[in-house]
Structure formats: C-alpha cells, structure tokens
Design a protein. Structure first.
Length: 444
C-alpha cells in the first residue's frame, strides 16, 4: 500500500483483517514514526484497535523503504493524495505518477498496480504508460479500485460495503483482485468488474450525485423557511420514496471534507475537457460555496444585525462528526467572518481542536468542553452535530448563557423544547415563529 494516509491506512488495516499480508509504504518520516510507535495520525473510530491487532498478528507492517515494501508484492495499491490543483480545479496527480514510476523501478516480478486514490478518467492509462516507459521489461497489469469510505464509518464501509468496483483489462488482474475481496463473498457483496475508465468515473459520479442531493435539500430548506414548511418533514416525505431514499437529505451549512468539494470540482473539469459539461455538478459547486459563505450572515441577523463585542460559542468545527478532518469545513468561513465582524469566539470540538488551529483566526479561544464554550455566551452556534451536544439540556444552557440566541445549523435540538426554555431558536429549514420572523426581517 503506497501511502499511509486516510485511504491507505484504513484499506491496509482492513485487508490485513481479511488475512492478507500488508506493508504500508509511507514517505513522511514523522507519520511513519508515529505509525511504528502505534500512534494513529488520524481520528477514525476503531482504527487504532484494528491497526494494533494486525501489527501484533504480523499481518500489517510499515516502512519508508520502497524496496522493502515491494518484496513479493502481488498487488500494489497507490493510495497517495490527489489534491485539487491550484488555478484550474483539476486533481493534482503528481504523487500518483511519482509513485507509479517508483513502483516500476523497484518491482521484481509480476504485480497488479492499482489506483486506490480518487483519480480522473484516463489516469490508469497514463500510469500504464509510465510503467512501460520506466520498465519495458516488466510484466504487470494496471487496475482501478476506487474507495467509497465515509469518514467516521470507514472500517464498516470497507468490511461491509455496498459494492466493490474493479476496473481491469485482463482476466488475470480481475481474478487476483477478486481474491482480495473473497471474504466479502459470504455477505454477498456485489463485485462489479468493468473497464478502468468506467471504474474511475464511477467514484466521481457517485460523490457528485451525493453532493448534489445534499445541495438540493439545502436549497429546499431555504424555501421551507420562506413558505412556513418544515424541511425535515419534506425530507421524510421524499426519502420514503424508494427511488430517492432517505440518506443525504439532511440540511446543513454546506458540505465539506476531503471528498465532495474536491471531487465535484474535478468532475466539472473532466466534463469540460471532454466536451460534455456537467452543468448540474457545476451548479452544485457554486451553490455550496455560496452557502458556506452566507452562514455567518445567519448568525449576525439572529444577533440583531451585529455581533461586534458579543461573545459567541461555537459547537463543532470539523466538517462532520466522528472525524478530526477540517478540510473545507463550513466552520472556517463562519468563524472567520464572525471574528472579522468583531465577535469574541469561544469554540469546542471533540476531535478537531488541534487541526482547527491552522485554519481559524488567531483570536479564537479554544475551550475544554461544550459547557465552557457556552458559559457567558451571548449566542450559541452549532456547526457540527456531535452526539454529546444533543445531551445538553436546554434548561442548563439557559442557566449558563448570558444571551438567549441559538443558531442551530444542524437542527440537533427540538424547536419546541428549546424555545420553551426561553431561547430565540434559529434552525435550518424550519420557519420562525411570527414574532421572531418579523424581528429577523427588520434586522435584515
């Protein structure tokens, strides 16, 4: 497994749990040292136990030496980063191509070289060209095996997936990759074997569709607020239709993370380059970016039109719960704008505090728990729906806070209960009571 990042580490540990012998090659000395010492550099529930157990069993090991990592390797997964390239939105494939060249130089025998990273259509072909140019004598196959891992539930997604997609050009490669996933046959997981190009595009298409679903319900939430409807009831009425499904119909401040923002942008660029523009995906990118940038305005309006000199508590910083990932998190533009407008920000996140420091303004005050963050606050803003926030009783919040404004961007509270405690409660996609709506319009 070339790359010990999120995808490489989770996939490697899970393959080891399947009984395979896995070596993860990590070029970053700091990260490699942490892994060898049993310290997991990312937060993913259950990953520390899975790694430690398989290291102890002798099935999982870590190295910085490509020669050592490729000894007797039958399958080589490339699981390095593919960040968005500056200036044009394309995926930056520098690390993928470098890995392909290094692998080609070091391989001694036949192997299947698999792109596990999310890569644009045509990457597999280019990887094959690089390997042939580097080692004309090498016997190999190239394949695509995209990951469909959700942060916070990655181990479950790998061990009990909806499907496995394998893009290959030879029966030999197909048979080898099928054998890796043999443990999934018992739970009848669909194994889809297709062309390399189809496998590459499937990942982008899936993520773009899910991002589009999130963006759709966010826009419906805005409409609900205007017409007096409840977005949760609308989403339930939609989701019970088997053709639509309930998942990803939860309104919020916009999607973030390592996948949706990057993959929708790449999908749009792929379409433009191919002469088949993906207009819906392009719009999703635009609408989502605009949504995240306007969330702070909701807070400002809820506070009467100004937050200058006010103390605001923020619960949740990561882009979603059960992860420490701050990439493209909605909290970044929200907190930055509120600080810029003169607010004093007291923030808390169960896992993302350290990562947040490099993304948020220096003036932000980091607290030890949600109670400390809320104490003395004029307003509370909920950005990420961690379960421990739901456990705080409205009456206790009322006793802690100086003000009475709650802006719930994840709708974790029951509106009736929170308003009964004396709060001016502002949720997503739920109409305000007439008095509060009139005040909001006046402030606007």
């Amino acid at each position: 497994m070339i790359g010990g990042g999120y995808v490489g580490l989770v996939s490697g540990a899970c393959f080891a749990e399947f009984g395979m012998e896995v070596t993860i090659v990590e070029a970053d000395d700091r990260k490699l040292g942490a892994l060898r010492e049993g310290r997991i550099p990312i937060f993913e529930p259950g990953l520390d136990r899975l790694v430690s157990e398989n290291v102890a069993a002798g099935r999982l090991s870590f190295t910085g030496d490509m020669d050592e990592g490729l000894v007797d390797a039958e399958v080589v997964f490339i699981a390095v980063g593919t960040p968005t390239r500056r200036g044009d939105g394309h995926a930056d494939l520098t690390y993928v191509y470098q890995a392909a060249q290094q692998v080609a130089r070091k391989l001694k025998n036949y192997a299947v070289i698999v792109t596990k990273s999310t890569v644009p259509v045509g990457t597999g072909r280019r990887v094959a060209e690089i390997v042939r140019e580097t080692r004309p004598d090498l016997d190999f196959d190239v394949a695509s095996n995209p990951e469909f891992l959700r942060e916070g539930n990655a181990i479950g997604d790998f061990m009990r997936p909806d499907r496995v997609v394998i893009g290959v050009e030879s029966d030999r490669a197909a048979d080898i990759l099928r054998s890796l996933y043999r443990p999934l046959f018992l739970i009848e997981t669909p194994i889809i074997v297709t062309s390399i190009e189809t496998a590459e595009l499937t990942k982008y298409a899936a993520n773009s569709f899910l991002a589009m679903k999130v963006t759709f319900i966010n826009e419906v939430a805005d409409l609900c607020e205007r017409v007096g409807a409840d977005v949760h009831d609308v989403a339930r009425g939609m989701g019970l239709d088997g053709r639509i499904g309930r998942k990803f119909l939860h309104p919020g401040p916009g999607f973030g993370g390592s996948c949706f923002p990057k993959d929708t942008l790449a999908m749009a660029r792929i379409g433009q380059d191919a002469g088949a523009p993906q207009r819906l995906v392009e719009t999703v990118v635009t609408v989502n970016d605009a949504r995240k940038s306007t969330m702070a305005r909701r807070v400002i309006l809820a506070c009467g039109g100004s937050v200058r000199g006010k103390r605001i508590a923020v619960w949740g910083l990561t882009f979603k719960p059960e992860t420490d990932d701050m990439r493209d998190a909605p909290s970044i533009p929200i907190v930055s704008r509120l600080v810029e407008d003169g607010a004093e920000l007291h923030v808390f996140d169960p896992e993302g505090m350290e990562q947040a420091r490099s993304h948020l303004p220096l003036q932000v005050i980091y607290t030890t728990d949600p109670i400390e963050a809320a104490t003395g606050a004029d307003a509370l803003v909920i950005v990420t729906e961690w379960n421990l926030f739901r456990a705080v009783a409205p009456a206790r919040l009322k006793a802690l806070m100086r003000g009475s404004v709650i802006v719930d961007l994840r709708n974790i509270f029951d509106p009736a209960a929170i308003r009964a405690a004396g709060f001016a409660y502002h949720a997503i996609g739920r109409a305000l009571p007439p008095v509060e709506e009139a005040a909001r319009r006046g402030a606007a």
